[in-house]
Write a protein that binds this ligand. Structure first.
Ligand code: ZN
Ligand code: ZN
Length: 226
């Protein structure tokens, strides 16, 4: 039934920002031209002009976690757009409190500390233009990382939890390797092999591809079975 496929009504544009080439994303309804801005880590002028060129009105900012490359530009975007910041989980507030300091270290000079308008918890949903995104709390890369999953689109925004061929680093404060593996196998894989995802860095992929080929979380490594 291609006429009713919700995928046809939504568009995703990836805008790599900051020296860390983080995938900031603009996700919008091509019917209403309303959108959400996901993980605006920096380069706010570039993000604003991309949004303007696309003709999108941003309704909310969503954050997958509190690291500088994902959240550094969020406060300025909130001010310039006049919208709310949704997420991440409150366990990443300690990262949001150090954005100005870490911004200097990572070449993101305009980063600002802030508190989100809403923290996200496991079991929450965020609604957007008729879609429901389920919130999965997936600590390990950072303690407050969340994955946002749409069953309608068979799609997930995963932040730095999972990458094509890799997983998030776990050597930063409050990172934990086993927690990350447990989140991926315990919360993401049960969603199904057919799920496409877009991570915080690099190209998108599918859970199936990662369960076959990812050296950290392939089924042959973790022993995961459906
Ligand atoms: Zn990160
Ligand atoms: Zn990142």
């Amino acid at each position: 039934m291609p006429d009713s496929d919700p995928k046809d009504k939504f568009k995703l544009q990836v805008v790599p920002v900051t020296p860390l080439q983080q995938n900031a994303m603009i996700f919008w309804s091509t019917e209403s031209m309303k959108g959400v801005l996901i993980d605006p880590g920096g380069d706010v002028d570039q993000l604003m002009s991309t949004i303007e060129k696309a003709g999108v009105t941003i309704a909310e900012i969503w954050l997958t976690h509190g690291h500088i490359d994902h959240a550094g530009g969020a406060a300025e975007c909130r001010r310039r757009i006049g919208c709310k910041i949704i997420g991440p989980h409150k366990d990443d507030q300690f990262w949001l409190d150090t954005l100005e300091k870490t911004g200097g270290e990572y070449g993101i000079p305009d980063a600002e500390n802030f508190t989100p308008d809403t923290y996200l918890n496991e079991g929450d949903t965020v609604e957007f233009e008729g879609l429901s995104f389920a919130v999965l709390h997936c600590p390990g890369h950072s303690p407050g990382s969340v994955v946002l999953y749409s069953q309608e689109l068979s799609f997930a925004f995963v932040g730095d939890v999972l990458f094509q061929g890799s997983i998030g680093r776990t050597d930063l404060p409050q990172g934990n390797h086993q927690d990350l593996i447990d989140a991926i196998t315990g919360k993401l894989w049960p969603l199904g092999k057919g799920i496409q995802f877009m991570p915080g860095h690099g190209p998108g992929s599918t859970f199936e591809q990662e369960r076959q080929n990812n050296g950290f979380v392939a089924d042959s490594v973790t022993g995961y079975k459906d």
